[in-house]
Design a protein around this ligand. Structure first.
Ligand SMILES: [Mn+2]
Length: 338
């Protein structure tokens, strides 16, 4: 009988059992995450890598794109390779890839893997694996991975807890987003009980920024403009801004979110001037579906966060996108009477 304090397993129990079988019988593993890897992808991958290594397995960890700078403090990221291996594996575990192509060109290696396992918390997952551990209500893949270890009765060490904590704390925006559940906090509490220094992790991830980021942030905030009675915020970062501070697009991460802070703002559009095109990103508090706006300009994304790239001058991009968003705001009764 399950005790009340135990983590509820919902309907993943069967899939967990299948994966446990694979983990016990297979010897060689290929682990991969999505392109432009984030804290959840890297954290979940390293946690599984570490547990499998402790079980005496041979594990290859792969990411087509490099580990972002702000996660380089994590131990063992040096073992993540970016050149696809040619050898065969008993099993592949893909993390956070709603389709295998989210991980890059994985077809050649996946063809040589015995069992393919898909672990994900995205609604859009295509269940392409022989085993699919997909739960869209989980805050993060790391939360699912913790539950897998728990169901397999694997005791995790401090370092593995650190990896999973990084996945959870980044994907939930420090336990702030709506995907955070009572179970998320319960898992986080169990991770913390291993005694790792979570405050050091938070400092590394959330309170450490390169100088270039701060300088670009200054320029971006200076560029802020408000339209439609304060419902729309516009942010612009020019090529000159990047050149002046030797900054690159990675230094603009998170800046768009500042635009959503004023109470009146419903939508933010950020224009980032690149060599021969303009990168446009959108954020919405939810009343306007910015996935549709991005789609109109050939891009895509989610209802509340999306983006597109325009082959146009900065002025042209600003004009056409702003006009279109203003039109959508005007057409939305909810927004005009907000
Ligand atoms: Mn995730």
């Amino acid at each position: 009988m399950r005790k009340k304090t135990e983590i509820p397993q919902i309907d993943l129990e069967d899939e967990f059992k299948k994966l446990a079988d694979v983990i016990h019988t297979a010897n060689t593993f290929f682990l991969a995450g999505h392109l432009n890897p984030d804290g959840d992808t890297i954290g979940s991958m390293l946690a599984i890598w570490s547990v499998l290594k402790r079980m005496g397995k041979k594990v290859t960890i792969f990411s087509q794109d490099p580990v972002p700078q702000n996660l380089n403090f994590l131990p063992n990221t040096c073992h993540i390779i970016s050149k696809q291996p040619r050898r065969k594996f008993d099993a592949a575990i893909l993390l956070e890839c709603s389709t295998p192509s989210r991980g890059g060109n994985l077809e050649p290696v996946l063809k040589k893997c015995g069992t393919v396992v898909n672990i994900d918390h995205h609604k859009t997952s295509e269940f392409y694996g022989n085993i699919n551990i997909v739960e869209s209500t989980a805050s993060s893949t790391a939360e699912i991975v913790y539950r897998l270890f728990y169901s397999m009765k694997i005791e995790i060490n401090k370092q593995e807890a650190t990896y999973l904590y990084v996945g959870m704390v980044t994907d939930t925006g420090r336990f702030m987003y709506s995907a955070t559940s009572a179970r998320t906090l319960e898992v986080a509490s169990r991770l913390m009980a291993t005694g790792f220094k979570f405050y050091r992790i938070n400092e590394f991830i959330f309170s450490t920024k390169p100088k270039e980021h701060l300088k670009i942030l200054g320029r971006a905030m200076e560029s802020l403009e408000f339209r439609a009675g304060g419902k729309l915020a516009l942010i612009t970062i020019t090529k000159k801004d990047f050149m002046d501070y030797g900054a690159n697009p990675e230094h603009t991460e998170g800046i768009i979110n500042y635009g959503l802070m004023p109470h009146s703002v419903q939508v933010v559009v950020m224009f980032r001037e690149e060599e021969s095109r303009v990168n446009v990103t959108f954020r919405s508090k939810g009343l306007l579906d910015v996935a549709l706006v991005a789609k109109h300009f050939g891009g895509g994304g989610h209802k509340q966060a999306s983006g597109c790239k325009l082959q146009a001058s900065l002025a042209e991009a600003q004009e056409s996108v702003t006009a279109y968003v203003l039109e959508k705001i005007a057409a939305s009764k909810k927004l005009t009477h907000a």
